[in-house]
Design a protein around this ligand. Structure first.
Ligand code: NAP
Length: 97
């Protein structure tokens, strides 16, 4: 089973306008959209939060992203700048696939 570490992109997904627009379309939070996306890809999603309310909403995934929107999400431009987290190889561009 493949595990999706950092499904909210260390928080960077929260700043992404395209992801925000899609989340708004479904009436869900950005982390919920990210987690649903991972689950629909057949991955285990491992979101981290220190906030109990976030933890509850992250576990409350009761919607399905359409096939068309999954394709849009799959082809969104790669986040190029992870700020302080760019030190990690996966965020620094070492792994491109
Ligand atoms: N073993 C490995 O190789 C490996 C690699 C990477 C990560 N991991 C682990 O995988 C987990 C992933 O954590 P991560 O920090 O890397 O990335 P993440 O889960 O993608 O992002 C965590 C960030 O998203 C925010 N967040 C989460 N849910 C939210 C919500 N509903 N609303 C608003 N903000 C929300 C959190 O802030 P709040 O606390 O404010 O909610 C935190 O700043 C961690 O346990 C990490 O240790 C393991």
């Amino acid at each position: 089973m493949v595990e999706a570490y950092s499904p909210v992109a260390h928080g960077e997904a929260l700043k992404n306008p395209a992801i925000a627009k899609m989340a708004e379309k479904y009436g869900v939070s950005i982390p919920q959209l990210c987690i649903a996306y991972d689950l629909q890809l057949g991955l285990v999603a491992l979101p981290k939060t220190a906030n109990p309310d976030h933890m509850k909403s992250n576990a409350d995934i009761c919607f399905t992203i359409s096939d068309a929107d999954m394709e849009i999400l799959k082809h969104l431009p790669r986040i190029e700048n992870y700020g302080e987290f760019g030190i990690f190889p996966v965020y620094g561009g070492k792994y491109k696939d």
